[in-house]
Design a protein around this ligand. Structure first.
Ligand code: SF4
Ligand code: SF4
Length: 342
């Protein structure tokens, strides 16, 4: 097989391809549950049914920063074992917005000092992305520049009816294709579906506008009349990476134990609790603002990329229907009105 960038594989050959991968990798793909699709391990014998698949309920971040991950184990006497990443995995069906989510995580977790636990997983888990055929009710990735993936994946699949078009994105992806006889080279680019988005964010001067309206009453109304501080939004956000680390001492073997990393969220009051029972973001409005400003201002300023990729999950999961696109619209309207009056 030569160094082509584009290939096609017949859909009828796809289960065979997954079967061949299963010898060396655990393969995960979107599987329909009671409510939504989620990434689950798929068996080679079972076809992957993507009918009705828009995106997974939980983003792929759980594979790269697992909740409850044991980072280290220690024993009395000073012996410390760092837990290595377990086995090689493939994630098939990662949507382009979530590939952008991984690029955000890469920028945060792999800048100095590199988070080796994250990096190990990024090195051992292959991302097989899958272009969308239609946009979901709450998707607005186009506004955030995350509709298309140009990097951050190993292979990018596009549905072409009876076959998948495949774009190679890395050496590892190329190696996988090189070992299979099921792919044929093509010089044609993928035929992307025309996606229609019901939701949008106008990002023109957005960080400046957000900073100008930091003290807006809109944030207080959202926080005090609607937000429950449940943190559902942050738990499903593909770019939320905050965590807490704690020691779990063994009762059976005193002096031994584990160091565990657990997800934590800026929407929760204890998140900024420090010694002396001080809480830096005690008022709910401060926590709500932290979430929105992190997504739409701080990420863009610090990493050069919005930390919102427009996946719409926070809108879908919010019990009180707080909608990031609506919050931004209200803030922009207020900004424009004040400018007119000035
Ligand atoms: S999901 Fe909604 S209610 Fe819950 S913390 Fe987020 S914004 Fe507040
Ligand atoms: S802020 Fe909401 S829409 Fe944006 S990436 Fe996070 S979950 Fe998705």
């Amino acid at each position: 097989m030569s160094g082509s960038k584009f290939y096609v594989i017949k859909k009828s050959d796809f289960p065979k391809f997954i079967g061949s991968l299963s010898k060396n990798f655990k393969v995960f793909a979107p599987v329909r549950g009671e409510k939504d699709f989620n990434f689950k391990e798929v068996k080679p014998s079972k076809e992957i049914d993507l009918e009705g698949y828009i995106n997974t309920e939980f983003p792929p971040k759980k594979f790269f920063i697992p909740d409850g991950e044991v980072l280290m184990e220690y024993e009395k006497g000073g012996k410390v074992k760092r837990k290595p990443a377990k086995g090689r995995k493939i994630l098939f069906g990662v949507r382009p917005c979530d590939v952008h989510g991984l690029i955000v995580l890469d920028k945060v977790m792999m800048s100095e000092p590199v988070d080796v636990f994250y990096k190990n997983k990024r090195d051992s888990i292959l991302v097989f992305a899958l272009n969308c055929r239609e946009a979901g009710e709450n998707c607005f990735c186009e506004s955030m520049g995350a509709k298309e993936a140009k990097e951050g994946f190993d292979l990018l699949f596009t549905d072409h009816g009876d076959e998948y078009h495949v774009e190679v994105g890395s050496e590892k992806g190329k190696e996988v294709i090189g070992k299979s006889r099921l792919f044929k080279e093509t010089d044609k680019e993928a035929e992307k579906a025309k996606l229609v988005f019901k939701k949008k964010i106008n990002t023109e001067n957005l960080p400046e506008i957000m900073k100008d309206r930091f003290e807006s009453k809109i944030w207080e109304e959202t926080a005090n009349k609607k937000c429950l501080s449940c943190a559902s939004c942050t738990s499903v956000c593909p770019t939320c990476y905050c965590f807490d680390v704690f020691h779990l001492n063994s009762i059976e073997k005193p002096g031994s134990g584990k160091i565990i990393r657990e997800w934590s969220y800026c929407m929760l009051k204890p998140f900024t609790k420090v010694a002396g029972e001080m809480i830096f973001r005690e008022p709910r409005v401060e926590r709500v603002k932290q979430f929105f400003y992190h997504k739409l201002v701080y990420g863009k300023e610090n990493q050069g990329k919005y930390h919102c990729v427009g996946c719409g999950r926070c809108i879908t999961e919010c019990m009180t229907k707080i909608d990031i696109t609506e919050e931004v619209r209200k803030i922009r309207d207020e900004y424009e009105k004040r400018k007119l009056r000035a």
